[in-house]
Write a protein that binds this ligand. Structure first.
Ligand SMILES: [Zn+2]
Length: 387
């Protein structure tokens, strides 16, 4: 057993649910960490003795960000597609095929190195838990490879064979659906915690409500939890399908009807908002404040991917959610930590309470407000407590 007291904390944000905003923010507090877990939180003057002391010099400390939606196993570059989109070419999901071709052509070691670099980039910006999806392989072998590599960096791995229908199956979607719900799922399930589907009638490459239902039901029967990409490109069935099937999360939620909001408020599915996608595709931002008002549980994540949001930055996402989606700085921080942990059905991350993982993020700033107040400035990083 080795213990560390983290002292000199300016503002401690615990996201323990205390206070009207749930942030549990306090000053003058210290945190004692033992063997990677939070062992004690209280006034610094009352902190128990520890083997080691780390003084953060008046900086704010908060739970490490939980990025609950990311596509990190890919090769290739789509900067030209982004530039074309900014020049007026609309997004329809077709560019995913470019990443599929590059990913299939990459070696294991190349993909492993790309993945490691992206995870390190996230950690350097304060993210300590990340969900990683497959979905750029779209063959049995390539999907299993992506999940196997993802498992090397996180336990939150998601089988997304139903990302798009690959080009070689464009003339026979039913055959691809049989593959995704049959042999591909069977091979992928041992490496995955979740199954996900791009349910989007507005894209010819993605999946209809009926197809998405088949993917999710098969995934559930294989023992996986459910996640859905829904309502990204226009109004659609994804949100209500996710709620009906008890999915842990429905992600994007860019276009929501009143009935969608009512369904979310009545169900247990978290609405995961991805404002980096609206930014990178010049789409309208959903009204996150209205969702909170309606009683919907929300989360924030990056959707880091080579097409619609190649940003790994949770601070950027937080700033966008405050500026463009109506959240207060505190609401955005909560959604990016405890909220996104909830979307992963985790209670050991995303908040700092005794027994939780000691995933601490430190800001070169006195309070969490600076994450959105100082947008674009690299003030957040995961605190490394290893000796
Ligand atoms: Zn996504």
């Amino acid at each position: 057993m080795s213990s560390t007291v983290v002292a000199g904390i300016g503002e401690l944000v615990t996201c323990d649910g205390a206070g009207t905003d749930g942030l549990g923010a306090r000053t003058g507090a210290a945190v004692v960490v033992e063997d990677g877990l939070v062992a004690w939180i209280g006034p610094q003057s009352a902190a128990p003795a520890a083997d080691r002391r780390v003084d953060v010099g008046g900086r704010a400390v908060l739970p490490g960000f939980v990025d609950s939606h990311a596509h990190l196993v890919f090769a290739g570059d789509r900067g030209d597609e982004f530039a074309a989109r900014m020049a007026g070419t609309p997004y329809d999901g077709g560019g995913i095929g470019v990443s599929v071709a590059a990913t299939r052509a990459a070696t294991d070691d190349e993909l492993r190195a790309l993945l490691a670099a992206r995870v390190a980039e996230m950690r350097a910006q304060g993210t300590t838990t990340v969900e990683v999806k497959s979905g750029y392989g779209l063959t049995v072998e390539d999907e299993v490879r992506a999940l196997r590599l993802a498992r090397e960096v996180t336990q939150e791995t998601t089988f997304l064979g139903a990302h798009v229908v690959p080009a070689e199956y464009a003339a026979d979607r039913a055959a691809y659906l049989d593959l995704v719900t049959g042999p591909m799922l069977a091979a992928a399930a041992p490496y995955a915690r979740w199954v996900d589907v791009f349910c989007e009638p507005h894209s010819a490459h993605a999946f209809t409500a009926e197809e998405a239902r088949a993917v999710l039901v098969a995934g559930r029967e294989a023992g996986l939890g459910l996640r859905v990409h829904g309502n990204q490109l226009g109004p659609g069935p994804g949100v209500q399908l996710a709620v009906e099937l008890g999915a842990a999360s429905v992600d994007h939620c860019t276009y929501l009807s009143g009935a969608d909001v009512d369904a979310l408020a009545a169900g247990t599915t978290v609405a995961t908002l991805l404002p980096g996608v609206e930014f990178s595709t010049r789409s309208p931002y959903p009204d996150a404040a209205a969702l909170l008002q309606a009683g919907v549980d929300i989360a924030l994540a990056t959707d880091c991917n080579p097409g619609t949001c190649y940003s790994s930055s949770m601070p950027f996402v937080i700033a966008l959610a405050v500026r463009e989606m109506g959240l207060t700085p505190g609401q955005a921080v909560y959604a990016a930590t405890a909220g996104s942990a909830r979307s992963l059905r985790r209670d050991d991350v995303g908040r700092l309470v005794v027994g939780a993982r000691a995933d601490l993020t430190v800001l070169d700033a006195p309070s969490h407000v600076h994450l959105s107040y100082r947008a674009g400035v690299p003030i957040a990083r995961a605190l490394d407590l290893r000796a």
